[in-house]
Design a protein around this ligand. Structure first.
Ligand code: ADP
Length: 170
């Protein structure tokens, strides 16, 4: 499995699946979630509504999959990151679950290339360096890596991009 770090807008990336840092409602929000729904069009929201109708809210750390609508990717995997608030080990393990459950869902759907945003490091205020360490370590230690060809970490801001490059090179 190849690991890549780039600085870009995840809505422009052509991979099998891009991951969305969604919220529990799955109905869209700000940040990367807003950008994905805006550019991907109504088809994504419609698919999210159908999922909600059968299983209700998406819990923190869990993931669901939909079409990517008009985006260049084929699928969007929506995962709900933890709100940092006062932090703690539980928040760290929930962030880890986001990456694991997204990768599991990717494998179930025969996805070979996947791109992650920096989950929880925007509105949810997770410390960026800690979030980057958890993201990279979790993907590297994922037990079934041979089934996925390439994981791209798509950093939006310069600070995350520098942190990811530093940690990946270590
Ligand atoms: P959260 O609520 O999980 O914190 P945000 O969307 O607020 O989600 O932020 C998560 C990360 O996504 C932040 O690092 C933010 O800079 C980044 N981000 C925002 N827009 C985009 C985008 N279009 N492509 C990739 N990353 C983005």
């Amino acid at each position: 499995m190849k690991l890549k770090v780039i600085q870009s807008d995840i809505t422009t990336i052509q991979v099998d699946a891009i991951v969305n840092a969604a919220n529990t409602s799955l109905l869209g929000g700000g940040g990367v979630d807003g950008a994905i729904h805006r550019k991907g069009g109504a088809e994504i929201l419609e698919a999210c509504r159908k999922i909600r109708a059968t299983q209700g809210n998406c819990k923190v750390g869990e993931a669901v999959i939909t079409t990517a609508g008009k985006l260049p990717a084929i699928y969007v995997i929506h995962t709900v990151g933890p709100v940092w608030n006062k932090g703690g080990k539980e928040k760290e393990s929930l962030l880890k679950k986001c990456y694991i459950n997204s990768l599991k869902l990717a494998i179930e759907n025969n996805i070979k290339t996947i791109a992650f945003p920096n989950i929880s490091t925007g509105i949810y205020k997770f410390p960026k360096e800690l979030a980057a360490k958890i993201a990279i370590e979790t993907v590297r230690n994922f037990e079934e890596p041979s089934q996925i060809d390439e994981v791209t970490f798509v950093c939006f801001d310069e600070e995350n991009f520098e942190l990811y490059k530093k940690i990946v090179e270590k």
